[in-house]
Design a protein around this ligand. Structure first.
Ligand code: SF4
Length: 375
């Protein structure tokens, strides 16, 4: 039997099944968050089609480079936390894009899938538009690409860049905020020190109006959660909420980004309130996509997908890409026999583990459902 949790928002309902989160017409979910028979049949059909589609594609994360036009204080890619610009670098003289594409295609064939689901990450991937064009071209010569998605800070998503990416086949973009304008601008600034909030909001207008599916990722910790309603209000002014997903992502408090006084129950009740507020504004609130075992990381014996940098090195996880000592092979020699020693999964650097955060987020959302049922 399918395990399902549902929440009826003001404009749409969202339903979380094991295979993912789906958005349904509001009438398919009752006021008590019960999914109707038609709703269940719809979720069943969508999740089956989605599963089939996913099984037919190989997830590939490609990092064209690690440079970024921002100087976020806590940059997750900093190899040396004491040094603002110590980011991973690509080694020189690596294989050609054609060689990388051939390797990707050979792995897809070994997985018996007919196409590739490509994610573009960085640094800031839009600093590498020529390289992206060339890599996508080389990959298309070797295999079909079912989807292209982009994880970006959003500052370079100007109209001409968006048009170019759409011509390449971009179908999904995730743009990150760190909270309300004041909080975001404090942590996410250009190298000049100027905040990026307004620049990103401006770029979202064209993006949200295009056919590219937009997801806003909001990095949440105890330090910024209370002010995030302001960000949700600003987003609702700027885009049509029903066309935009919002991913409320719990991140670890760090030394830059923490409020140790607010923890536990208080924090998760704040999280629940923010989920309700966001869906009440009409946004599609994404639930955590997995519980620590993502489709790309897999495990060292059965890699789920590929994480490959432009110098042809292979990694097990988006988070470890480019980090010295975390290579698990390269495209010339495939996965290394000692890869088990370096195989990490999402959240490996977190003291609690990303899996724990994801579980807590799900629990918080289930609690909302419980509260609604008792009304
Ligand atoms: S946008 Fe991302 S890659 Fe760029 S500085 Fe900020 S955290 Fe680092």
């Amino acid at each position: 039997m399918m395990s399902i949790a549902a929440y009826r928002g003001k404009r749409k309902a969202y339903v979380s099944a094991e295979s993912g989160t789906y958005y349904l017409p509001r009438l398919m979910v009752s006021r008590k968050n019960q999914v109707s028979h038609l709703g269940l049949a719809t979720v069943h059909l969508i999740s089956r089609l989605e599963k089939q589609r996913r099984q037919r594609s190989l997830p590939v994360a490609f990092m064209p480079g690690f440079a970024c036009n921002l100087a976020c204080e806590y940059c997750y890619q900093r190899t040396d936390p004491t040094h603002r610009s110590a980011k991973p670098v690509l080694s020189k003289g690596g294989p050609s894009y054609e060689d990388i594409a051939k390797f990707v295609s050979s792995v897809a064939a070994a997985h018996r899938v007919s196409n590739v689901n490509l994610s573009l990450l960085g640094g800031e991937p839009l600093m590498y538009r020529r390289q992206i064009r060339e890599f996508v071209g080389a990959l298309r010569d070797q295999t079909d690409i079912s989807d292209i998605s982009l994880v970006t800070n959003g500052t370079l998503l100007k109209e001409e860049n968006l048009t170019e990416l759409m011509a390449l086949g971009l179908s999904f973009a995730q743009v990150t905020f760190d909270g309300s304008r004041a909080f975001h601008d404090h942590f996410r600034s250009f190298k000049s020190g100027t905040g990026t909030y307004d620049a990103i909001m401006k770029n979202l207008v064209n993006l949200a109006a295009s056919h590219v599916k937009l997801e806003i990722r909001i990095n949440l910790s105890a330090a910024n959660i209370l002010d995030c309603g302001e960000l949700i209000d600003d987003l609702a002014q700027c885009v049509s909420p029903e066309q935009v997903g919002v991913c409320l992502t719990l991140i670890d408090d760090t030394k830059f980004y923490s409020e140790p006084a607010q923890k536990g129950d208080v924090f998760f009740s704040q999280y629940r309130n923010l989920v309700s507020y966001t869906s009440g504004k009409g946004f599609l609130v994404s639930l955590p996509g997995h519980s620590g075992l993502c489709r790309t990381c897999g495990n060292a014996d059965v890699p789920g997908g590929l994480v490959v940098t432009a110098d042809g090195k292979l990694y097990s996880c988006w988070d470890s890409a480019g980090q010295l000592g975390f290579e698990v092979g390269d495209v010339q020699n495939s996965f290394a026999s000692d890869r088990h020693n370096h195989w990490v999964r999402c959240g490996y650097g977190s003291p609690d583990g990303a899996a724990l955060h994801q579980r807590l987020a799900l629990e918080a959302i289930k609690a909302i459902e419980g509260e609604n049922e008792t009304l």
